[in-house]
Design a protein around this ligand. Structure first.
Ligand code: GTP
Ligand code: MG
Length: 303
């Protein structure tokens, strides 16, 4: 470690903040070059601080994806909010994201709230106006750039498309420029320190979020019961989808089990890519009332 800093090695934690759905997880995956964090069109997709590592010549950047900032209305959401604050206090650099499309009518109270948190933390921050691919003309972003620039002092302001990768590499160069001298926090080659079983659960939850609507996505938790590697080369993954009410369980199952089957098929493909083996996915749906307010249950989910 000491040797690293003597060599002029740079490293640090880069927290990615912003209100729900602005594209934080999509950006982290782009920066890291791997799918470490799940994404979905539903707000409040990310629940825990997932770290993704990018190594380059003379540096290691550890990106910390955070849940979208919001009012905590239950134990789950107050933990999510606490994770935002913890990640911010431990960061060397902050990426603060805004949604170019959503901000066309001006920034919202959520945006201002996160911007204030970041400004108060005193960490060097880069403002990123994301989803510019949704603008008909780049000039539509100018008023947002001005509004964002008036919020606080930023090291830089970027117009991004996390989805298409636009300006992601120039952003990366700016991040590296802001990293302090430091050690390797993670061995080279490790793209995340998130445990395999929790990643598996997240992949399944992502597919569930993509097919479920309204309030159901937020009422769902996925837990991996067991992972069994058979001699035949097949890995059997036993997973449980927890819902809060019997009616939600019925929705997750779908007519004749159609919905759960779709979730399972899509999740299996991703999990096979992740583990590089053939997967048999055993998915069950269980009613666990009030899990969102059960600290022990939340700990089991790594939250
Ligand atoms: N068009 C467009 N869509 C994007 C872009 N970045 C993200 N999205 C989409 O926006 C939605 C939300 O993206 P996420 O990365 O899950 O957003 P998030 O900020 O992590 O959301 P939470 O975890 O809920 O706070 C997904 O449907 C993404 O595909 C972008 O640059 N352009
Ligand atoms: Mg997210």
């Amino acid at each position: 470690m000491i040797e690293d800093s003597r060599n002029g090695f740079k490293s640090g934690f880069v927290a990615v903040l912003g209100r729900p759905n602005v594209g934080k997880s999509t950006l982290v995956n782009q920066l890291v070059g791997a799918k470490v964090s799940i994404t979905s069109p539903r707000p409040q997709t990310t629940r825990g601080p997932i770290r993704g590592v990018r190594n380059g010549p003379g540096y290691q950047a550890v990106f910390v994806d955070t849940p979208g900032s919001q009012k905590p209305r239950d134990t789950l959401r107050s933990r999510m909010q606490q994770q935002v604050l913890d990640s911010l206090s431990e960061s060397d650099v902050v990426l603060l994201l805004f949604d170019a499309e959503g901000a066309k009518k001006g920034l919202g109270t959520g945006d201002r709230y996160v911007a204030r948190l970041v400004a108060e933390s005193g960490a060097p921050a880069i403002a990123c106006i994301n989803k510019v691919d949704l603008l008909r003309d780049p000039s539509e972003a100018f008023p947002i750039v001005e509004e964002v620039s008036n919020l606080a002092e930023y090291e830089d302001v970027f117009l991004l498309s996390a989805k298409e990768g636009l300006n992601v590499e120039p952003l990366m160069e700016t991040v590296v420029g802001l990293l302090p001298p430091g050690p390797h926090y993670f061995p080279e080659g490790a793209v995340t320190d998130y445990p395999e079983s929790l990643i598996l659960a997240e992949y399944i939850r992502e597919k569930a979020l993509n097919v479920l609507r309204e309030e159901v996505p937020h009422a769902i938790a996925v837990e991996i019961d067991e992972v069994e590697r058979k001699d035949s080369g097949v890995t059997v993954v036993y997973a449980i989808i927890h819902a809060e009410r019997a009616s939600q369980r019925m929705i997750v199952l779908g007519k004749n089990g159609k919905t759960i089957k779709q979730i399972g098929t899509e999740a299996r493909r991703d999990v096979e890519r992740l583990l590089g083996t053939r997967i048999y996915l055993d998915l069950k749906v269980k009613v666990t009332p009030g899990w969102r307010n059960d600290p022990r249950f939340l700990e089991r989910l790594g939250l």
